[in-house]
Design a protein around this ligand. Structure first.
Ligand code: C2E
Ligand code: CA
Ligand code: CA
Length: 615
């Protein structure tokens, strides 16, 4: 843009100055003497002036990329060429008479533009040429290099011409260049250099906060074969789709890159706890669970993962990447879809979890699972009101495994749905057996996990199961944690609302351990709160826990909810929850969870009038 523009500008200034000077001379002579010869001279000059002005205008009009606008003393438009219309969106007639600042100056610049213009009119202070971001009629920003040609300062009629060159093409080119040097054109992820810089920054943050970080190196299995069998184009599609899926499972603070070909790295800063690390690894693995649609058909893709941890396996970006790469190469030796931790201990744990899930899937069919039941008793009378069903797994060849351990693992796959179907079915069967035996029990409440709710027909299956057994809202209830409720989408909430309206009891489990925002309670279709064990345990000695518990019970009651205290283990805790007016109590003090047969004996002894439990 440079040369062409500068020449134009000089020409414009010279031309205008020359004409203005001659016009002034002419006027002086006009008033001096009005002889005929002078009249002729004047006529000649006037024609020259008009012709010159016409040529000047024609020139301005013919400049396609240079937007020229003229403004009067009040900065009102007196001239507006075609290029200005193209650049700013206003037609000449539309712009005519409007003020500069209202047309194309963004709000934030208005005051300084007016000041600069005034300083020029009054004191002749020059307005320098500069790069500006002005405004299109649509409100979009317009990048220009803007020159100012000032005529007639200190006169009655000062004119300002703005000569703007559109910079959007250059800006775009610059942005594209910048993008190309920092990002991968295919997946639009940061490239290796950018990633290393970002990773080093994240390491600094982690060090400052004494936090850990995990780096996952992902390498697609047999990518070459996919490329060969389909085409490079389809291979590219796979990479783009994979990047998109990875994006979905990561947070804004996580960083990700395609290092080369079919290799991706993802860094999860600020994570340390072992369970959390393993959960994140599963999240990455799940990205490959559903097949990829390539060339019109579905392809199951696997990848090997190698994992390194900050600070244990490296203190710099390059060290961490290298060690994750080493772990990934080790994973490749184990075959498709393998995972290796650079860290031995974590690796062993991961293996153990994998085996556990495999065993659990088999346990479902081999009768190793059962339900235990734990009564909820009235705080006031000690009478058994309801039971909670708790899942038990006793492997034939080893020690029992706690549901707190295997439920979260089952949640990582569809196994959770098979498990929860089993729990629903078994609880319903049991409820019918006890009803038919004439035992005096209320409801059996079953636990619903978060992942279980992701199944679109979860409530329909629940209702169907109950209907099959001839059971209703007084027979089976639901428990779910507050986090499940808060993360629930409209579909889930609608399903819960429907159950609520049908009269089902819905309890918020582990209350106080999740988001714990009491204000959300009124939005959810629930009927009871189960105060988490931790509060019951700590309340006798910890005034703060006690205060939170009291507040939760108070608000629960005000909202018309039943309040249950979980994990009551001794007389002192019982006295406290009674004092706080909890409605129901559950815990070892009264009953431990027990197998169905034992539960039956307890219930039977109640019917025949024998005292029960330790409470
Ligand atoms: P939860 O729903 O909070 O269940 C209460 C847990 O507290 C049970 O542990 C129970 O045995 C234990 N407990 C009851 N009274 C006391 C007490 O006085 N002191 C102590 N220390 N503990 C007490 P459990 O059976 O190990 O279950 C652990 C978790 O596993 C459950 O927590 C629940 O989240 C999950 N779970 C159990 N069964 C199922 C199921 O069928 N489906 C689903 N989705 N989750 C289940
Ligand atoms: Ca529960
Ligand atoms: Ca609980």
């Amino acid at each position: 843009m440079g040369g062409y523009d500068v020449v134009f500008r000089r020409w414009l200034i010279l031309r205008c100055h020359k004409l203005a000077r001659r016009w002034q001379q002419l006027r002086a002579r006009w008033s001096e003497a009005q002889s005929d010869s002078v009249q002729d001279d004047i006529e000649l000059l006037r024609r020259q002036y008009l012709e010159s002005e016409q040529r000047f205008r024609a020139l301005l009009e013919s400049l396609p990329r240079v937007a020229v606008q003229g403004y009067d003393r009040e900065r009102r438009v007196i001239y507006w060429n075609e290029a200005s219309t193209r650049l700013y969106g206003y037609g000449a007639a539309e712009a005519q008479g409007q003020s500069l600042e209202e047309l194309i100056i963004p709000e934030s610049m208005r005051e300084s533009v007016i000041q600069a213009h005034r300083a020029w009119v009054r004191e002749g202070v020059n307005i320098p040429a500069e790069e500006l971001e002005l405004q299109h009629k649509s409100g979009e920003p317009v990048s220009v290099f803007s020159h100012h040609v000032m005529l007639g300062e200190h006169t009655e009629n000062p004119l300002m011409f703005c000569v703007d060159v559109d910079l959007s093409a250059q800006k775009r080119a610059y942005r594209e260049l910048d993008f190309a040097t920092r990002f991968d054109a295919l997946t639009r992820l940061p490239n290796r250099q950018t990633f290393e810089v970002q990773l080093d920054e994240a390491i600094v943050d982690c060090r400052r906060q004494s936090a850990g970080m995990m780096l996952v190196y992902l390498d697609i299995d047999d990518f070459v074969a996919i490329n060969d069998a389909l085409s490079y184009e389809q291979g590219d599609r796979l990479l783009v789709e994979l990047a998109r899926r990875l994006h979905r499972v990561t947070e804004a603070s996580d960083i990700m890159s395609r290092l080369s070909g079919d290799e991706f790295v993802i860094a999860f800063p600020m994570c340390q706890r072992k369970e959390m690390l393993l959960q994140l690894v599963h999240k990455v693995q799940e990205v490959l669970h559903s097949p990829f649609l390539l060339d019109g058909s579905r392809h199951q893709v696997t990848a090997c993962l190698g994992i390194s941890l900050y600070p244990d396996n490296g203190k710099t970006a390059s060290e961490l990447i290298r060690n994750a790469d080493v772990a990934k190469n080790r994973a490749k030796l184990d075959g498709r879809g393998s995972v290796w931790f650079f860290d031995q201990q974590l690796h062993d744990q991961l293996l153990y979890q994998h085996r556990l899930v495999d065993r659990l899937a088999k346990a479902l069919d081999s009768g190793e699972l059962s339900l235990h039941y734990q009564p909820q008793v009235s705080a006031a009378s000690g009478r058994i009101e309801n039971l909670e069903a708790l899942l038990r797994w006793q492997p034939a060849d080893g020690p029992p495994v706690s549901p707190a351990e295997f439920i979260p693992l089952a949640e990582r796959s569809d196994l959770i749905h098979r498990l929860s179907d089993w729990v629903m079915e078994t609880a319903c069967q049991q409820r019918v057996l006890w009803r038919d035996a004439g035992l005096a029990i209320g409801r059996i409440d079953i636990n619903f996990s978060g992942r279980q709710m992701s199944r679109p027909d979860v409530f329909q299956r629940f209702e169907d199961c109950l209907a099959r057994h001839g059971l209703g809202p007084r027979d089976i209830g639901l428990e779910l944690t507050e986090n499940v409720l808060i993360e629930a989408d409209d579909h889930i909430l609608e399903g819960l609302r429907r159950l609520h309206d049908l009269g089902f009891r819905i309890a918020i489990d582990d209350f106080g351990t999740g988001y714990s925002s009491l204000s959300y309670l009124k939005h959810f279709p629930v009927t009871a709160l189960k105060i988490d064990r931790a509060f019951v345990r700590d309340a006798p000695d910890q005034p703060k826990d006690r205060a939170i518990m009291e507040a939760a019970i108070f608000i629960g009651h005000r909202l018309g909810l039943e309040v249950v205290a979980e994990g009551v283990e001794n007389r002192e805790q019982l006295a406290l929850v009674r004092e706080m007016r909890c409605d129901l109590v559950q815990g070892f003090y009264f009953f431990r969870p027990m197998p169905a047969l034992e539960m039956e004996r307890v219930l039977g002894s109640l019917v025949t009038g024998h005292p029960s439990g330790s409470g």
